[in-house]
Ligand binder design. Structure first.
Ligand SMILES: [Zn+2]
Length: 73
C-alpha cells in the first residue's frame, strides 16, 4: 500500500468535499480503485486514525512519568 502525490488533477473522493485531490492511496488492486483525497481530508483521516492507533512516541513519556511516581512512593 502506498500514498502517492496525484499525477493528474482528480477530484477528492470524499463526499461533500469539492477540493482537488492532492494524494492518491494505491493498494495495487486490493480495493476496486485508487482512493484520491485532498490535504484537508488526509488531515481528517489522520486524526481519526490517531484515535485508534496512538503513536508510541506520545504514550511513552506518560508511562515513564507514572513509573517514576511509583518508584518514589
Ligand atoms: Zn477532500
Amino acid at each position: 500500500m502506498q500514498i502517492e502525490k496525484c499525477k493528474r488533477p482528480t477530484k477528492c473522493d470524499f463526499i461533500g468535499c469539492n477540493n482537488l485531490a492532492d494524494y492518491s492511496f494505491s493498494t495495487k488492486g486490493l480495493i476496486k480503485r485508487e482512493l484520491s483525497f485532498c490535504n484537508d481530508c488526509l488531515k481528517g483521516m489522520y486524526e481519526e486514525i490517531g484515535k485508534l492507533q496512538v503513536p508510541k512516541g506520545t504514550t511513552s513519556p506518560f508511562k515513564l512519568k507514572q513509573r517514576l511516581k511509583k518508584e518514589k512512593v
